[in-house]
Structure formats: C-alpha cells, structure tokens
Design a protein around this ligand. Structure first.
Ligand code: E4P
Length: 218
C-alpha cells in the first residue's frame, strides 16, 4: 500500500519524507488555509520536495468550465501535481475533459461506492473515499471503503483508491488488509504507526543487558 501524508505543512512533509516511506501528498483548502498561504504557492513548494511523486491540489470552482481552467493552472505548476475535484456532476464533466488531456484527477469527498464508480468511469486517476467523516455520523466508513475497493478493483479501472479522512491507526490497518491502493494519513497518525511500547521496552532491555557486560554503550 502506498502511503501519502494528508497535510500542507512543509516541516511535516520534510520530516516524513526523510523516513523513506512517503509516496505522495494530499492537500485540501482547509489544510492549506491552516498554513496561512494559498494553494498554488504551497503546492509548488510541496511538488519540489516530492520530485516525481504525486501531490493533490484542490480547485475552488464549482462549475465544469471553471474547474477545467483552474485545474489546468494547478497542473501546470509541476508534472507531479494532480487536480482534486469535489464529487458532483460538474466534476465528472471536468474529470473527463482534464483526463483526456493527460491531467490526473483525484475525485474527493467520496462517501458512497457508486460515487467512486462514476468518478472512475469519467477517468479519475484517484478516488478518495472519506472514512472518518462517515464514522462521525454513525455509518461504518470502513465498510464503504471496502465496497469501493471491491468494485473498482474487480473492473480493472486505471483508478487508485486513496483511503482518506483517517482518524487512527486501525483505519490504516483496515485499508491495508482489504488491499486499498493508498492511504493518505495525518502526521500524528504516521508517528503512532511506528511506535510500540514493547519495542521501546525491548530496546531498553537490550541496552541494559549489553551494559551489564560491556559498560555504558553509545
Ligand atoms: C483527503 O484527501 C482529505 O484531505 C482528508 O483526508 C480529509 O480528512 P478530514 O476528514 O480529517 O478533514
């Protein structure tokens, strides 16, 4: 499974990039606003750090012509930038137009497998089902993700599924177990995915045992 970070914060992206596990970045208007900047400026900075790995940049237009124009501008920032569109009929039209010009689209705000199917049919390179926000309203987000994975994979669409709106490490575990292509994960959850109390305990024990015989180690 590919791992993306879901943030527009440059320090977080640089740190996770240094771990050697980062496959891409997703941003959205809320994440960019948190950094007190604008999408084109921030996406240019992120795209440079990422090299040839994908970065999602979301449009603000809500009509197909506006999305296409804005999407082209965002895609022109760097070859690794893909255009994030919010799921709706206008976005389907814009996806068809952008993808037929070779511009990758990430259809976002997916809450139903049929929305993902429609996006894939229109040529979306990525679809982003939101797990956590469904959990928030008492619906099992992971079940919706699992149905989406089953449908998109069984027809062999050239569309990768990004598990989005991830709230805890078990969301990532669920996505990995079902064979989801990608998870876009917040920084604090990426950190939790590395830590384990038994690992810390083991490191301390090995050090103590070593030092009993050899004296203080490094
Ligand atoms: C996905 O690309 C979105 O940026 C993101 O996962 C939204 O998650 P949230 O529900 O935590 O805002």
């Amino acid at each position: 499974m590919k791992i993306f970070i879901d943030t527009a914060n440059l320090d977080m992206i640089k740190e996770i990039n240094s771990w050697g596990i980062l496959d891409g970045v997703t941003t959205n208007p809320s994440l960019v606003a948190k950094e007190n900047t604008d999408t084109p400026t921030r996406v240019k900075e992120i795209a440079k750090i990422l090299g040839d790995r994908p970065v999602s940049a979301e449009v603000m237009a809500l009509d197909a012509d506006g999305m296409i124009a804005e999407g082209k501008k965002l895609a022109a920032i760097a070859p690794n930038v893909n255009v994030k569109l919010p799921m709706c009929i206008e976005s389907l039209k814009a996806t068809k137009a952008l993808s037929s010009e070779g511009i990758a689209v990430n259809m976002t705000l997916i809450f139903d497998p049929l929305q993902a199917l429609m996006a894939a049919k229109a040529g979306a390179r990525f679809v982003s089902p939101f797990i956590g926000r469904l959990d928030d309203i008492g619906t099992h987000g992971v079940d919706m993700l699992s149905e989406t994975v089953q449908i998109i994979h069984q027809y062999g669409f050239d569309t990768e599924i990004i598990a989005a709106s991830i709230r805890h490490p078990t969301h990532v575990l669920d996505a990995a177990e079902m064979g989801c292509d990608i998870a876009t994960i917040p920084y604090d959850i990426l950190k939790k995915m590395v830590a384990h109390p038994k690992t810390e305990e083991g490191i301390a024990k090995f050090k103590a045992d070593y030092e009993k015989v050899n004296g203080p180690g490094q």
